[in-house]
Write a protein that binds this ligand. Structure first.
Ligand code: SF4
Length: 335
């Protein structure tokens, strides 16, 4: 029986591992955390249709029950080494016929943007923290009351020369629109502002969601850069910005300020990419060709899928995982 290691039990890893196992492969899925799929189970609702993230996660997690799939949770991969003699790979001392890297992403650490006050002043949260509040159905200001005014800021840690990330994280625009709508559904009287550089509504139904945010929910979108955020004596947040459409500076005091943090290569992606010699730009793993060989790498028998390559939606990660499973099977049949 052919044996494949899949590293990272996110959506891509679980999808590929279950497909490979269903095809008679001994699929060993490594996950460094105790629980798989943590980047999905921490969400409330998914864009653009507000699907319940927990229900979607449960359906993906059910695939772990595929016979032939073994999950090794709480197990960090520290050895990833090609074996020239057999064309296989050694992973943590075990021999495999092929390896699929699905080690995913992490979110940008907002502390690195000191001028935005995260971790310094109360009332400043990341989009992940806002997602948690939405999941619990309770969004409150710093004194436990319903906020009257909330501002979201796009592109935190993405498209930012200062932090060295020039790329767009692709998902945060639509996530801000989604979260802003959820806030208005919970608290219709709350004023909601979204500060953006550009709004990148590239996916199916994203543009409609953005229009709905304005027409049905009265969310205000301001094209502007926020230069700094600080605390006020009454535990609110004062933000200083420039409205780049009107060409004028503005100040706004809000109860909550939400930083839409971008995606970066996870620690595992950085380490394993470097170890295997497939590290690409910004620490993401590099495929051979993004058009025609996006699951192959420069190393024989080592494949890649999902957001360890670049920011990707859940849907794109699952599709990419299916394509990767096919490439792995193809190689197993050839060898
Ligand atoms: S998706 Fe939007 S918020 Fe995210 S980095 Fe790109 S432009 Fe900025």
């Amino acid at each position: 029986m052919k044996k494949v290691a899949i590293i990272g039990a996110g959506p891509a890893g679980i999808e590929a591992a279950s497909l490979l196992a269903a095809q008679g492969v001994d699929a060993v899925l490594y996950e460094k955390e105790q629980q798989p799929l943590h980047n999905l189970t921490d969400k409330a609702f998914l864009f653009p249709n507000f699907a319940d993230a927990q229900e979607v996660a449960e359906k993906i997690l059910a695939k772990l029950n595929t016979p032939g799939l073994t999950l090794k949770a709480d197990t960090e991969v520290t050895q990833l080494q090609p074996q020239a003699a057999s064309n296989g790979w050694l992973v943590n001392g075990e021999a495999f016929d092929a390896v699929l890297l699905t080690s995913g992403y992490t979110t940008f650490d907002a502390h690195r943007k000191e001028e935005l006050g995260y971790g310094i002043y109360p009332g400043i949260h990341t989009s992940l923290e806002m997602e948690k509040m939405l999941r619990e159905g309770k969004v409150v200001n710093t004194i436990g009351e319903m906020p009257r005014r909330i501002a979201f800021l796009q592109c935190v840690g993405s498209r930012d020369e200062k932090v060295g990330n020039h790329y767009c994280s692709k998902l945060c625009c639509v996530t801000a629109v989604k979260q802003a709508i959820e806030v208005k559904k919970l608290m219709p009287q709350c004023e909601v502002y979204v500060f953006y550089m550009d709004l990148r509504m590239w996916g199916q139904h994203f543009e409609e969601l953005y229009r709905q945010a304005q027409t049905d929910y009265g969310i205000k979108f301001i094209r502007g850069r926020i230069s700094e955020a600080g605390g006020t004596f009454d535990r609110k947040v004062q933000i200083k910005a420039e409205d780049t459409l009107m060409g004028r500076p503005l100040k706004l005091t809000v109860d909550l300020f939400v930083l839409m943090v971008g995606m970066e290569a996870s620690r595992g992606t950085r380490n394993l990419g470097a170890l295997a010699g497939i590290a690409g730009e910004y620490g993401f793993a590099q495929s051979v060709d993004p058009h025609i060989a996006d699951n192959l790498t420069a190393q024989n028998g080592l494949f890649v899928a999902g957001s360890c390559k670049r920011p990707m939606t859940l849907t794109d990660s699952l599709t990419d995982a299916r394509s990767a499973a096919f490439e792995v099977l193809k190689q197993l049949l050839e060898n």
